[in-house]
Design a protein around this ligand. Structure first.
Ligand code: SF4
Length: 477
C-alpha cells in the first residue's frame, strides 16, 4: 500500500501523542507550523513515491508481503536495494534541503531484520517472527518509524547499571505475563511526531549486569506514558512567527521522548535481556544510518551548491574565479561523501536472515568525512553568499510602510535581479548553513565522530594490512 502525501498527513491527524513545546501542551501537532514543517519533510518521501519521475526508484515489491511498498519500509535484500537507499536519499536531500526523518526507522528495521534472527538461532526465541509481523504492519500501512536509540546517558564514565539514577538508559522496570514496562528517555528524536511508530534499540554495547537495558521494541508514538518534549533550535521561532523562514517548505525538529513507565506487549518486543547482542544491534543500526547520511547530506550539499551559484548570480560575482574554485570545493566534498556510501552499498554482504548489510568501514568513513566536511561546505557557502547571511533585516522591516522601500533600495544586487529573490536566497543560505538542528546532525547524527572512528578500527582487517607490509619487507610471520 503506497500512501499519498495527503493520506500520510491525515493518518497523523488520527494520532494523539502527548507533546510539549515552550512549556505548553500542543494538542494539534499537524497544524502547528513548527512541527508541520518537519512533517512536510517526511511527507516528501510519500510525495516522491507517487511522482512519475521518482516512482521507479522509490517503490518496489516487498518479498515479505508481495506488494508494492515505499522503499522506506524495506530492509535491503539485495545490493540493488542498498544502492537505491543512497540514491533516493540524495534525491530527497536535494529536494527538501534538510532531514526528511524517515531513514532512521528503516535503519532500525534493517538492523533488527539481521540481529533478531541471530538471537533466535542462539536462544530459540521468537523475536524474528515477531519482528516480521511488525514489518508487515509497517509495509501494508506505509508507516513512518522513528529510531529511539540515543539514551540520555547520565554520567558517561559509568555503565547503565552503575548510574546513581538507573533511568539514564532506557530499561525494563517490570516483566508481566502480557508484556514489559519500560522507563527512560531517548534524546534527539528527530521526527518523532512525523512518525507512526517508535522503534527502540539499546544505544551501546552492554555487560551482563546491564540485562534490563538490553531491550528492543516498537510502539505507536501516542502510546500512554510517552511524552515528546520538542527541543529548541536556532531558527525555530521563525516558523512559529511565520516570517524570515528561509526554507519555505521544510524543516526539522528534534524532541526528547520520555518513556514514563510505558507498557509494551510481548508481540512488539524484539530483544529482552540478551546483552551480548546489544553491541551488534547498535553497530548495525549506526552503520546503516551512516550509509543513509552519505545520500541525504550529499543531496543537501547539492542544494547548498545551487544556493551558492544563485547568490553569485544575484551578487554579480558569477565570473569571479576564486568563487568558482570554491564551488569545485563544495562539489568534490559532496561526491566523496556520496561515493563512500555508494561503495559501502556495492560492498554489501548477505546475512543469515537474508538481509544485506553494507560495508561498515566504508559507511563510517563516509560519516567521518561528513562530520568534518559539511562544516567546510557551510563555510564556503557563507563565504560565497556574503555577510548578510547573518544579519539581514526582517521581512517585517521590508513590509513596513515607512522604512520598507528604503531597506529594499539598499538590498539591491546585480542589475535585473528582483530584490525579493536575493533576500529569499540569503535567508535560505542562513537556514542551510547555520540552523543548529541540521548542522549538528552533520557531526552527531548516527553517533558521534569518535564512535565512527572506533567502528572503523574494530571492523578493519588490520592484520591483513600488516601482512601486506611484512611481505614486502621480507619479514616472515
Ligand atoms: Fe535520513 Fe538521517 Fe539524513 Fe535525516 S539525517 S535525512 S534521518 S539519513
Amino acid at each position: 500500500a503506497i500512501k499519498t502525501k495527503e493520506e500520510y498527513i491525515e493518518s497523523l491527524r488520527k494520532m494523539n501523542p502527548v507533546v510539549y513545546m515552550f512549556g505548553e501542551r500542543i494538542t494539534n501537532v499537524v497544524d502547528n507550523p513548527r512541527l508541520r514543517a518537519g512533517i512536510e519533510a517526511t511527507a516528501a518521501t510519500y510525495e516522491a513515491a507517487n511522482m512519475a519521475e521518482y516512482r521507479h526508484s522509490m517503490v518496489t515489491e516487498s518479498p515479505l508481503i508481495g506488494e508494492a511498498v515505499n522503499r522506506f519500509t524495506l530492509p535491503p535484500t539485495s545490493i540493488e536495494d542498498l544502492v537505491a537507499r543512497v540514491k533516493n536519499n540524495r534525491m530527497l536531500g536535494g529536494r527538501v534541503g534538510t532531514c526528511f526523518q524517515r531513514c532512521t526507522g528503516l535503519d532500525c528495521m534493517s538492523a533488527l531484520s539481521i540481529v533478531t534472527y541471530n538471537i533466535d538461532q542462539k536462544y530459540g526465541t521468537e523475536y524474528y517472527a515477531r519482528f516480521l509481523e511488525f514489518l508487515k504492519h509497517v509495509q501494508k500501512n506505509d508507516l513512518t518509524c522513528n529510531a529511539g536509540v540515543t539514551d540520555v546517558k547520565g554520567d558517561r564514565s559509568l555503565n547503565p547499571h552503575e548510574q546513581p539514577d538507573k533511568d539514564m538508559y532506557l530499561r525494563v522496570v517490570e516483566r508481566r505475563h502480557d508484556g514489559i514496562v519500560v522507563r527512560g528517555a531517548k534524546a534527539h528524536q528527530t521526527g518523532s511526531l512525523s512518525s507512526h511508530e517508535i522503534i527502540v534499540l539499546p544505544t551501546r554495547a552492554l555487560k551482563k549486569e546491564d540485562k534490563d537495558y538490553a531491550v528492543a521494541f516498537a510502539i505507536p508514538t501516542d502510546t500512554p506514558g510517552l511524552i515528546h518534549v520538542v527541543g529548541r533550535s536556532t531558527l525555530d521561532m521563525r516558523e512559529l512567527q511565520g516570517c524570515d523562514i528561509g526554507n519555505t517548505k521544510y524543516s526539522k525538529y528534534c524532541p526528547t521522548v520520555i518513556f514514563n513507565d510505558v507498557f509494551v506487549p510481548w508481540e512488539r518486543v524484539f530483544m529482552c535481556g540478551e546483552t551480548e547482542f546489544a553491541g551488534d544491534l547498535v553497530m548495525r543500526f549506526s552503520a546503516f544510518h551512516r550509509q543513509s547520511h552519505g545520500g541525504c547530506k550529499a543531496g543537501k550539499i547539492d542544494c547548498m551548491i545551487g544556493a551558492a551559484l544563485t547568490m553569485m548570480d544575484y551578487n554579480g560575482t558569477a565570473k569571479l574565479s576564486h568563487l568558482r574554485q570554491k564551488i569545485i570545493d563544495m562539489i568534490h566534498r559532496a561526491e566523496t561523501l556520496y561515493g563512500c556510501s555508494i561503495a559501502a552499498s556495492y560492498e554489501g554482504k548477505r546475512q543469515s536472515s537474508g538481509t544485506y548489510f553494507i560495508d561498515p568501514v566504508l559507511a563510517n568513513a563516509s560519516k567521518i568525512h561528513e562530520g568534518k566536511e559539511m562544516a567546510e561546505v557551510g563555510r564556503l557557502l557563507v563565504d560565497i553568499a556574503g555577510g548578510y547571511v547573518c544579519d539581514l533585516p526582517s521581512d517585517r522591516d521590508l513590509a513596513n510602510p515607512e522604512i520598507g522601500p528604503l531597506v529594499m533600495k539598499y538590498m539591491q544586487g546585480a542589475a535585473g535581479v528582483p530584490v525579493e529573490d536575493r533576500i529569499r536566497m540569503l535567508r535560505l543560505v542562513e537556514k542551510l548553513a547555520l540552523e543548529s538542528a541540521d548542522t549538528v546532525s552533520d557531526i552527531h547524527g548516527g553517533g558521534s565522530a569518535e564512535a565512527h572512528r572506533i567502528t572503523i578500527m574494530r571492523e578493519t582487517d588490520l592484520e591483513g594490512k600488516k601482512k601486506l607490509s611484512k611481505r614486502l619487507a621480507g619479514i616472515e610471520d
